[in-house]
Every structure is written in structure tokens, then in C-alpha cells.
Design a protein around this ligand. Structure first.
Ligand SMILES: [Zn+2]
Length: 424
């Protein structure tokens, strides 16, 4: 029985290639969030043909949603005809900007050998295509199975997921009484199961100064120098403290098994001149300097402690540095998510990987977050993993590609998992 499913998936190779190429050719760039309706329309046609009922959901008035760039999401559901659980495959349809360094047309989906190239090939249109092939093959092989299968194509994962999975979760689409198992086919490599991700805390810090003529800086107060003191304190205190904290989470790559922080941007004084502005800068002491910090934290660290650590450091500077004053504004927060290794979706996919690839999977956690956070925190659904084809390190890079064999192998793992969960 299993062999038949694998043969059926193997036989879809040309169809899988065409499907993946079609998905890549729809440039769903985010920001600003282009062509969501076009990709929902494509998925709607494909999945309706396979017997799915489809629902379009626009994340009306969510962050990012506008008349010009509506946040469209598609949810497709197939009923097996007998009572049983619902297995949901969730893929984000957006891709990040193209960036520099490409040697190919990022939306032409060139094929070379086993690879299909394009923006979004690996992150994550290849995973979406694999889940569609897996579901179609399973349905053809086992009509009248017990339960249901859902496939969703959702917006805005690359910009926080508020116009996609977060919105759907708020509307009850991931409530545990309607969905029991979730696989997110992000590119985590076909032999690894991703249990969750670290948390993130983003904030803007502003130091204050006083404007004066640049020839007499002593008559003003330089906000950039105050920010220098903040950065110095980070180097002396915060970075060493973060480097000493290690997590039990199996985060890859290894460097992300500790707390980290990126300083995203720094702006102080006169803004950068436009390329066509041929004037010289005016001579002013800057009265404001701002940085944005991107603090990634571990499940062992409470978010309030993460926040307080930065505030304590700033308050300490305020107590001992003349005229130092600051403001801090939280931009966003994401709580870490970690699915239990004993959860049914984990053991099911574990066995399927062993069956298809002949080896036990590696468990990993993601350094950055993905839509699992919303399914966990808003949807209250804990039985969720990321599993999909593609090399994680290629995501967002130039000449991103997905391997056809990897897609077929992970489609077999997904199909085998459906057999375990939906054939009592
Ligand atoms: Zn992704």
C-alpha cells in the first residue's frame, strides 16, 4: 500500500515541476504584498480540481492590508467522508525582495538538472507544491479516508504574518476543535523536523540632545555621543551576558543556540542626502539619535526579563552620565514556540522520514520565527511543526533554488504521514 503511494508521487515529477514553476512565476513580493489574489486564484483552480472546497479570506484592516495591496488568503478543505482528524498544511505565499547578485531571472523558474531556480523556490513555494502533490496523491490512492485535509496559502509571513496566519487564527481557523495536526512546509531540509523557534523583541531607542551650531558643540548636547555610550554599554555588558546563555532548544545553526541581538539601524542628526542633492551638510549638533534593536531570545528567558535588561542598562546610564535621557518604544514581540517531541505530529512525521529516507530525522528549532507562533499563541494549537524540502541557508539569497528530488521525497513523507493519521 505504501509503495503504491510512493510510486504515485514519483509519477507526478513533471506535474510537480510545472506546478512549482507556475507558483514561482507569480511574483508575490512582500513588501508591499503583490499578487496575493493571483496566487490564491491559481491555488483555488488547482485544488478545486482535486476536490477541495475553497474559502477566500481577506485580512481586512490587518497590518499591511489596503485596497491597493489586499491581504488575500486561501483555505482549501477536502473531506474524506468518514469521521477523523483534520491535517492542515500551511504555506505562506509571499516572497522577499529579489535583492542583488542574481545570475538568472528570479521569476522565470529556470530548470537546470534537478534544480528549479527563482525567488521563493525554496522559501517556500517548493514546500507548498510538495504538500499539494502529497495531498492529491493520498486522496487518489485512498478515497473515502477518515478525516479531512486542509491546505492554506497565506499572506505576509515574511512581514510578521498579521495579514495571514495571525488573522486566520483570530478568526478561529486554527482552533483545536477544527484542526488537529499542522505541518508548515518551510525549507528546513527533508530529513529534519523543526519543533519551533526562538522569540523576538524589537524596539526603538532614542537618545536626546540639544541642537546648536557645529562649530560650538559645547553650546548643545550631541545625541549621537549619548548613543555611543549606549552602544558601549551593550558591548561591555549586554552582549557578554547574552553570549553566556544557552538554550535546551535544538536551534540551528549552532551560533543561534544562545541569545543574540542585531542592531538593525542607526540614525542621528541630519538625514542622509539624496543622490541628486549636491549641497553640503549644514553644521548642527544632532538633538536626536535612534537605533532599532532586534533581540532574539530563548524559551528559558521570560520576555519581561529581556525587556527589563535593556531598560536597566539605559537607566544605569541615566544615573551616571550627564544630561543622558532616552525614550524606548516597543515595535513588536514574538514569544518562543516549542512543540513537545512527544506530540503526535512529531512522532508521525518521524516515522514517515524513517520510512522514506531510511534514517531517523534530526530535531531542530529555527533561529528566526515563522507562523507557528500564531498557531500556538492565538490558535492554541500545540500539535504543529515545520517540515519541508529545501536548504534553509538558501532562503532569501540570490539564485535561490529547490531540488525536485527533495520535493518528491518530502511529498512522500507528507503522504506517508497522511496515511498514518487518516487511515485508522
Ligand atoms: Zn518562509
Amino acid at each position: 500500500m505504501l509503495e503504491k503511494l510512493y510510486q504515485r508521487i514519483e509519477a507526478t515529477r513533471e506535474d510537480l515541476i510545472a506546478l512549482t514553476r507556475d507558483l514561482i512565476a507569480i511574483p508575490t513580493l512582500n513588501p508591499p504584498g503583490e499578487n496575493y489574489a493571483a496566487i490564491c486564484d491559481y491555488l483555488d483552480n488547482r485544488l478545486t480540481r482535486a476536490g477541495f472546497e475553497t474559502t477566500w479570506v481577506r485580512a481586512q484592516d490587518a497590518l499591511g492590508d489596503s485596497e491597493r495591496y489586499p491581504r488575500w488568503n486561501l483555505i482549501a478543505r477536502h473531506e474524506g467522508g468518514r469521521p477523523g482528524p483534520c491535517v492542515h498544511f500551511n504555506s505562506h505565499t509571499d516572497v522577499v525582495e529579489v535583492g542583488q547578485g542574481w545570475t538568472r531571472d528570479p521569476f522565470n523558474a529556470d530548470i537546470e538538472g534537478d534544480r528549479i531556480y527563482g525567488r521563493g523556490a525554496c522559501d517556500m513555494k517548493g514546500g507548498l507544491a510538495a504538500s499539494i502533490i502529497a495531498a492529491e496523491a493520498f486522496i487518489a490512492e485512498h478515497p473515502g479516508y477518515a478525516g479531512s485535509i486542509e491546505i492554506s496559502g497565506t499572506a505576509d509571513e515574511e512581514s510578521g504574518g498579521y495579514g495571514g496566519v495571525a488573522y486566520l487564527a483570530e478568526q478561529g481557523w486554527f482552533a483545536p476543535d477544527r484542526v488537529q495536526h499542522v505541518i508548515i512546509p518551510e525549507p528546513l531540509n527533508k530529513d529534519r523536523i523543526c519543533l519551533g523557534h526562538r522569540g523576538g523583541w524589537w524596539a526603538e531607542i532614542e537618545t536626546k540632545g540639544e541642537i546648536a551650531h557645529g562649530s560650538m558643540p559645547f553650546l548643545g548636547d550631541c545625541a549621537v555621543r549619548h548613543m555611543g555610550a549606549v552602544l558601549h554599554a551593550f558591548e561591555e555588558t549586554l552582549f557578554p551576558a547574552m553570549a553566556s546563555r544557552w538554550t535546551e532548544m535544538p536551534v540551528v545553526p549552532e551560533g543561534a543556540r544562545q541569545s543574540t541581538m542585531n542592531i538593525n539601524s542607526i540614525h542621528g542628526g541630519q538625514s542622509e542626502q539624496a543622490a541628486d542633492d549636491t549641497g553640503l551638510p549644514a553644521h548642527c549638533v544632532p538633538d536626536s539619535c535612534r537605533i532599532v534593536i532586534d533581540r532574539r531570545f530563548l524559551m528559558e528567558e521570560p520576555i519581561e526579563a529581556v525587556r527589563q535588561e535593556v531598560i536597566d542598562l539605559l537607566d544605569d546610564l541615566k544615573a551616571r552620565r550627564d544630561n543622558f535621557d532616552y525614550e524606548i518604544r516597543e515595535i513588536n514581540r514574538v514569544i518562543p514556540s516549542m512543540t513537545d517531541k512527544a506530540a503526535p505530529i512529531v512522532s508521525t512525521v518521524h516515522e514517515a522520514i524513517r520510512d522514506v529516507l531510511g534514517q531517523a530525522p534530526t530535531y531542530v528549532a529555527s533561529p528566526g520565527s515563522y507562523d507557528q507562533k500564531h498557531i500556538d499563541r492565538i490558535g492554541k494549537l500545540k500539535n504543529c511543526i515545520a517540515y519541508g524540502p529545501g536548504v534553509l541557508e538558501l532562503a532569501h539569497k540570490p539564485d535561490e533554488w529547490i531540488g525536485v528530488t527533495d520535493m518528491l521525497d518530502s511529498a512522500k513523507v507528507m503522504g506517508r504521514s497522511l496515511e498514518s493519521l487518516l487511515l485508522p
